[in-house]
Write a protein that binds this ligand. Structure first.
Ligand SMILES: C[S@@+](CC[C@H](N)C(=O)[O-])C[C@H]1O[C@@H](n2cnc3c(N)ncnc32)[C@H](O)[C@@H]1O
Length: 239
């Protein structure tokens, strides 16, 4: 391949960028052993801290979209079931979907004493494994920062399909305009162009998240500023 051919040079560039879209490969690499998986999911390896952050997230769900003991719930990008493990005690059934079989293996071990849970490996971006109108609540936390914008929207569209009428959606990301968001962004600028990790965290804006939900058909769309410097968008599928 001639490096003088601009089309070939362009294709080389897009294939490097494409590593980010190889979500299965990227995240299976990060889940080869339990400690690395928890580190990749939460930034630490301490089980007690996992429980504390999960409890705090469940409180966020309660305050934004509400929780009901009869809810059938789906988490998109469930990782090691940090949230699913305690949340399964608060709902009828919890489904965890993830693109990485490695992550799901760790989740399965952590959920071995939870009969009302089901783990599903996603073949690709989307919720094609699930039928329409199946869930009361769909949520996705600490995942959008690792996805391209098209794939973030794809999950919002798909959540609309699999939610029953009246069902609720919660998605979050970090915003560029917080101290934390700006730190993450400036850290990213330090990588040489060809060495940026495929899973590097990328911010959202409040407008972006709100647009996704409205375009997908959700009503009662609200964008929340959370105490932990995340922003979340919530909405409801019309009855
Ligand atoms: C930082 S972890 C968060 C896990 C979990 N939501 C939590 O809060 O503990 C990101 C998760 O998203 C999953 N993931 C990455 N890309 C994905 C994709 N395109 N579709 C579904 N899951 C994906 C990864 O395998 C990983 O388990």
């Amino acid at each position: 391949m001639s490096t003088e051919d601009p089309k070939a040079r362009w294709q080389e560039t897009t294939s490097t960028l494409g590593e980010r879209s190889a979500y299965k490969k990227v995240w299976d690499r990060q889940s080869q052993d339990a400690e690395v998986a928890v580190l990749a999911v939460a930034g630490h390896t301490d089980e007690a801290t996992l429980d504390v952050t999960a409890a705090s997230f469940i409180e966020t769900l309660e305050q934004t979209v509400g929780l009901d003991p009869n809810d059938v719930i789906l988490e998109i990008g469930c990782g090691v079931a940090r949230v699913g493990k305690p949340l399964s005690r608060r709902c009828l059934h919890w489904f965890g979907a993830d693109i990485s079989s490695g992550m799901l293996g760790h989740a399965a071990r952590r959920l071995s004493d939870r009969p009302n849970t089901t783990l599903v490996e996603l073949a690709t971006v989307g919720l094609q494994e699930f039928p329409r109108d199946a869930f009361d609540l769909v949520y996705c936390t600490i995942v959008f920062m690792h996805l391209f914008e098209w794939d973030r929207y794809r999950y919002v569209e798909e959540a609309f399909r699999v939610l029953r009428p009246g069902g609720r959606l919660y998605v979050d990301n970090f915003p560029l305009d917080s101290a934390h968001g700006w730190n993450v962004f400036t850290e990213g600028t330090r990588y040489p162009l060809d060495r940026r990790p495929a899973h590097i965290s990328m911010a959202s804006t409040r407008e972006e998240l709100g647009i996704y939900l409205r375009k997908a058909g959700f009503t009662d769309v609200r964008v929340h500023d959370l105490p932990n410097e995340l922003i979340a968008a919530t909405g409801r599928k019309p009855e």
